[in-house]
Design a protein around this ligand. Sequence first.
Ligand SMILES: [Zn+2]
Length: 235
Amino acid sequence: MAAMQQITASLYQISLGVVNVFVIKDTKNGLTLIDTGYKGSSEKIVSAIRKAGEDPLTIRQIILTHCHPDHAGSAAAFNAEWGIPVWAYYQDVPLLAKGSAGEVPIHLSPGVINWFIYHLFIKRGSSAIDPVIVDRSLTSKEVLPIAGGLQVLHTPGHSSGHIALLLQQERVLIAGDLCANVAGLDFSTVYEDRRLGVQSILEVARLDVEKAVFGHGKLLAPRANEKLAAKFSAL
Ligand SMILES: [Zn+2]
């Protein structure tokens, strides 16, 4: 059973097996859920939140890092069954409305683990998601009034409308699929445009980021930005 794992004072990770979602707890403004896992994940997420002593009815909004099925798959269910508004980067808003996960990212990253993930999960997976109407369309660099400031960072490459989120007070980056930290820090399994993905990673690496969490894999800390720069600047 999935559990909420505390990352910082206000950030929690829920591992759903192949993908992670995150909960930001703002003592004044309730909970924010970042990403939703594959379709059918809402019960698992809700029970993890309850098990941690929090009330799922206090989830004020869902923010999606991008519209792939393993991140946006349960957004429609949360929206319909729990009435939770969904926020997403403006480029993904029309895709989400028509239930599209966007362009299928075709550039497979090197390595045998990626090969297996690709053939087991991505190639056979559907590029469709349940449609959901986005309540708030996000723009890059805007700072959302969540937990002292949550900055939206457009980080294209893995997908063209991909965003990462920076929890400013705690200097923690919610990286989505910017890259991954499954068997060590590395590329995400697939990219629409990997060169652009590297540019996005290096832009983020210029910020003061102490910890980074990912859609896939483990926490990266301390001095996450230095680790990102060290890994990706030669590529
Ligand atoms: Zn993805």
